[in-house]
Design a protein around this ligand. Structure first.
Ligand code: XMP
Length: 512
């Protein structure tokens, strides 16, 4: 049994990022609802507990709360953002609403009265930048707590070493907090006393066992898109239940140039039952007249399942549907208490009347980089596991507005040019994701001596480690010019190219 740290969810978008950071530090973590009972916590016997942030104020009647007993279980606790405010509120400190709050990276300073030696959560520097995102503020800590860090406007950290209770107003799990990971490491190893006994191989062995137990002698149908997630899912399932697995690749017609054939080539060589279903016309028909992004996503998701059901019926005896859903898909589709940003194809699009006896999603607790590690450990080719992500609904959500074969054709060419040009960079210099978008804006141009009135192509490239947040890539103007020149000269119906310079948040990676 691995040592465990619980992440209690109070509705923050970052709960999985916290859980993943803990796992990356070799400590097994599980996410549980914030109102988990003390009995259940005792049963799980965690070495430490982290309270996540959340969008609410502790004063709202229906904001997520925890049992007050949580703080007297003798288990070390780190409250982050709302988690710190809740801890203060429950233990008699003062939390104030109605201020301006703090948003973005903010200078944090270890309180001048203290030396760094007596701050347990010290990260080795007197001043550092930390990501803040809060409206309410702790204005007085509960009895027994010391204020250890401050910003210009608020209390940034509190500690009660005797009770092993800690709170930070900033987000140490964010890449925008300097040395934030070091702070979490100190909490885990120096305060909770964990030894770091969790390894990725454990995940593969545990999941293999779990899949075998769940599936028994039944059969599994896997939705294989050829992307990283579903490919790793295929590899994991073929390790667990090779004889009972059939992989179906539904070609919805929204793939990039040559991609369908590539996927067929890779997987038909592997030892699993691979079936390709060409359904392009059917999907296009369903999207006729549809322009709203959520509607597109739902229609495509549902149609996918319909095709699977039909194929399953042809095959007979298909009991489970497997999917390569990963954790960010669930978080961003409104799993738990988080707000719905967009319905990812493999979650929000699921119809309620599925004709399978169950769903298997063995990667549902993992982030992208963890999935890649698992893929490598399962022996998948490097080229495949390092592929940049491609959304389930494919190019249909990169053609703004109504999708048509003609628009898809324009986008395919622009996308291929963008990728060809950026693929010339050394792999470690490439952005994590880059693609073209066909906007529904027409602009006037001039080609030869003629006036044109044609759609704008937008280029998007982002740097990120987890796709939950990202920065737009500072691609050189030389590369941007080369892409723009090629797109406007090689694609007759495009005369304008723009580059998207927005981060996530406030934008998302995809445009729809
Ligand atoms: P967003 O646009 O939500 O994208 O910031 C974050 C990452 O997720 C990918 N993405 C999807 N992946 N099904 C998927 O499997 C989807 O419906 C979907 N939508 C977005 C996106 O390409 C980016 O890597």
């Amino acid at each position: 049994m691995n040592e465990l740290v619980l992440v209690l969810d109070f509705g923050g978008q970052y709960k999985e990022l916290i859980a993943r950071t803990v796992r990356n530090l070799s400590v097994y973590s599980l996410i549980k609802p914030g109102n988990i009972s003390p009995e259940e916590i005792k049963k799980l016997n965690p070495k430490g507990i982290i309270l996540t942030g959340g969008p609410d104020s502790v004063y709202l009647p229906d904001s997520p709360k925890c049992t007050p007993e949580l703080f007297s279980l003798g288990i070390p606790i780190l409250g982050i953002c709302y988690g710190m405010q809740l801890m203060c509120h429950v233990l008699g400190g003062k939390v104030e609403s109605g201020g301006k709050g703090e948003y973005g990276t903010t200078q944090v300073t270890i309180d001048e009265q203290l030396t760094m030696d007596n701050v347990q959560l010290t990260i080795g520097v007197q001043h550092f930048l930390a990501l803040m995102s809060h409206r309410d503020c702790v204005t007085a800590p509960p009895k027994g707590f010391t204020v250890t860090m401050r910003t210009k406007n608020s209390i940034a950290a509190i500690e009660n070493n005797a009770a092993k209770l800690y709170g930070v107003q900033f987000h140490p799990e964010s890449a925008h907090t300097e040395n934030g990971i070091e702070l979490i490491r100190r909490f885990l190893y120096d305060i909770c006393g964990t030894r770091g006994d969790y390894k990725m191989n454990d995940y593969i062995e545990n999941e293999t066992k779990r899949i075998r137990e769940k599936v028994g002698k039944k059969n599994v149908l896997l939705a294989l898109s050829g992307g990283v997630d579903s490919s790793v899912c295929a590899a994991l399932l073929s390790k667990a239940v090779p004889e009972q697995l059939t992989c179906i690749f539904v070609d919805h017609g929204f793939m990039r140039i040559g991609e369908g054939d590539e996927i067929e080539q890779i997987f038909s060589k592997r030892s699993l039952r691979f079936i390709r279903v060409n359904s392009a016309a059917r999907f296009l028909e369903k999207l006729k007249g549809v322009t709203e992004p959520e509607a597109k996503r739902k229609i495509i998701g549902e149609e996918f399942i319909r095709v699977f059901e039909e194929e399953a019926a042809k095959l007979g005896n298909m009991d489970f549907l497997a999917q390569g859903t990963i954790y960010p898909d669930i978080v961003e589709s409104g799993g738990g208490n988080a707000a719905v940003i967009k319905s990812h194809h493999n979650v929000g699009g699921l119809p309620e009347n599925l004709n399978f006896c169950g769903i298997i999603e063995p990667l549902a607790g993992l982030f992208k980089d963890e999935v890649r590690t698992i893929g490598r450990k399962l022996g998948l080719p490097l080229k495949l596991v390092t592929r940049q992500p491609f959304p389930g609904p494919g190019l249909a959500i990169r053609v703004m507005g109504e999708v048509s074969a003609k628009k898809l054709n324009i986008l395919r060419q622009a996308d291929a040019i963008m990728r060809q040009e950026l693929d010339k960079l050394r792999p470690d210099r490439r952005p994590e994701q880059y693609f073209a978008v066909l906007t529904d804006t027409l602009t006037v141009g001039v080609k030869g001596d003629d006036r044109t009135y044609e759609p704008v192509i937008a280029l998007r490239a982002v740097n990120t480690s987890d796709f939950m947040t990202c920065e737009y890539s500072r691609i050189s103007h030389k590369i941007l010019s080369a892409i723009s020149y090629r797109i406007t000269s090689e694609i007759p119906s495009v005369c304008r190219v723009v580059y998207d310079v927005t981060n996530k948040p406030p934008a998302t990676v995809e445009w729809e």
